[in-house]
Design a protein around this ligand. Structure first.
Ligand code: FAD
Ligand code: NAD
Length: 425
């Protein structure tokens, strides 16, 4: 129909085949433009080949490829002393928890999480930079600035050499874990077998672990790499607590039970203050919005399954104004196993919305509180809507059989899948 629609002028640019899942490195700024242009070309090619407009359902499929693909871009500029890498996500509400930046041995890696996708900047820098970096985020416009300090005040001709995954936007789960070495800053006893490990992030790392998410620790044990997940907590529980700022090396607190025959935890327990251990980027599918829309929050924790509840409690009680009740039902074997009992009891005194119930499965005869394991009757007694139409969220974490049984009992009691969140790997 149109003179200019021919092989030479347009169609020879097309690639034929399925869209690859694996990202393909492309020179700066190219990837997304080609992909956006391909929409038009795809529709056109279909029309030319089939002789009919694209059917509605096929059009919808094509358009469902994330549109942000065409939006995120990256640029850089310099002054005498600084290098600034700017990422324009063109997304609202990009916050510090969604941005992880590392700069090790001249290699800059910046990852931005956008819903269930990850955008990556990964470059071998042209020249050396100083250890500390800064990250500025303009939340409303979704602009992220990574500010590096030049080691020598020379003019850079280029930012550096892009790596294979540079400037790619892929499903978050398809992006491999990235580790940085953290220094063990302190180790304090919480109970007879559980310790609070404080790890110091390098100055060249910007990393915040969002509420409800976990990280992976990696160690070489007997010549083999061993990786286990752990959920960061806060150093203590008081209200109005704000996480320390990231400047000058942030700290990550992990509450870890040492098992007498545990492969990983035994090795961890043998680390000395000042030793290093590798820690990954955060992972997990918990969304804070689940809490923000709730009026009643029930937390069912067993043993170290308490760890995700720590940040969740802090978030719920300090930032969610529509919550009327927050109830923790904490299952342990004995009184000696209860983590932060004192702090939990103090929190209950301090905030009338918060209530805690301890349930022991192997109590001594002096225990006057509730006993038993998770059961339908215990949940019937403790997990009750205060009003018929209350918006409820129930979070569960503990040994797998505990979580599985808990979910089943809750469903039997009439709670829907949307009202239950399970913390699992
Ligand atoms: P292993 O060598 O795997 O096990 C050796 C022995 O220890 C077992 O035979 C058993 O007797 C005992 N044991 C080990 N693991 C368990 C278990 N899971 N349940 C009961 N007995 C066990 N743990 C924490 O302490 N703090 C956390 O914040 C934390 N967060 C986690 C987050 C996620 C998403 C997941 C999936 C797990 C989390 N864990 C946490 C558990 C942690 O990942 C390890 O499973 C645990 O530290 C044991 O590792 P290990 O190598 O020492 O034990
Ligand atoms: P534990 O063995 O001391 O048991 C604590 C309580 O859990 C018991 O008192 C009992 O009430 C309940 N329980 C244990 N086994 C049960 C079973 N088979 N059926 C029903 N109830 C049972 O617990 P622990 O050693 O502290 O283990 C905590 C568990 O939580 C670990 O399996 C760990 O992997 C898991 N965890 C998961 C996450 C996560 O997925 N995000 C985070 C932290 C911990």
């Amino acid at each position: 129909v149109h003179r200019w629609v021919n092989y030479e002028s347009m169609l020879k640019e097309c690639l034929v085949g399925r869209m690859a899942v694996k990202p393909i490195a492309a020179p700066k700024g190219i990837t997304f433009h080609v992909l956006t242009a391909s929409y038009d070309l795809l529709l056109l090619t279909y029309f030319l080949t089939v002789g009919q407009p694209v059917p509605f359902r096929l059009l919808m499929t094509l358009l469902s490829i994330p549109c942000s693909l065409g939006n995120t871009s990256c640029d850089w500029f310099q002054t005498d002393s600084l290098i600034t890498v700017v990422i324009y996500t063109k997304q609202k509400d990009v916050n510090a928890e969604l941005v992880t930046v590392d700069c090790q041995d001249r290699r800059l890696r910046g990852e931005i999480i956008m819903e269930d996708h990850s955008y990556l900047v990964e470059v071998d820098l042209d020249h050396a930079v100083q250890e500390d970096l800064a990250v500025n985020i303009a939340e409303k416009v979704g602009k992220v600035e990574i500010i590096l300090k030049k080691k020598d005040n020379i003019h850079w001709k280029m930012l550096g050499k892009p790596l294979e995954s540079h400037n790619t936007f892929i499903k978050r789960m398809d992006r491999g874990l990235f580790y940085r070495k953290c220094k063990l800053a302190s180790k304090t006893e919480v109970t007879h077998d559980t310790k609070l490990f404080c790890l110091m992030l390098p100055k060249s790392t910007h990393l915040h672990v969002p509420t409800g998410q976990h990280v992976y620790l990696k160690q070489i044990i007997a010549g083999r790499e061993v990786v286990k997940p752990y959920t960061p907590v806060l150093p203590f529980l008081p209200l109005n607590f704000k996480e320390p700022s990231c400047h000058g090396g942030a700290h990550i607190y992990l509450m870890i039970k040492i098992y007498s025959c545990g492969l990983f935890t035994q090795a961890l327990d043998h680390l000395q203050i000042g030793d290093y251990i590798s820690l990954s980027n955060p992972e997990g599918n918990f969304k804070k919005s689940q809490v923000q829309t709730s009026e009643e929050l029930f937390l069912l924790a067993a043993g170290t399954g308490f760890t995700p509840m720590v940040k969740l409690l802090n978030f719920a009680l300090t930032e969610v104004s529509c919550l009327r009740t927050v109830k923790l039902i904490f299952f342990n074997k004995t009184e000696d196993d209860v983590l932060w009992r004192n702090q939990l009891e103090q929190l209950a005194l301090k905030d009338e919305r918060f209530e805690v119930q301890f349930i022991l499965s192997q109590p001594t005869k002096d225990w006057v509180g509730k006993q038993g394991k998770i059961s339908s009757s215990l949940l019937f007694e403790f997990v009750k809507r205060s009003r018929k139409d209350s918006k409820v969220l129930i979070c569960i974490c503990g040994p797998t059989p505990f979580t599985e049984q808990g979910v089943q009992y809750l469903k039997d009691l009439g709670y829907s899948q949307e009202e239950i969140h399970t913390f699992i790997a």
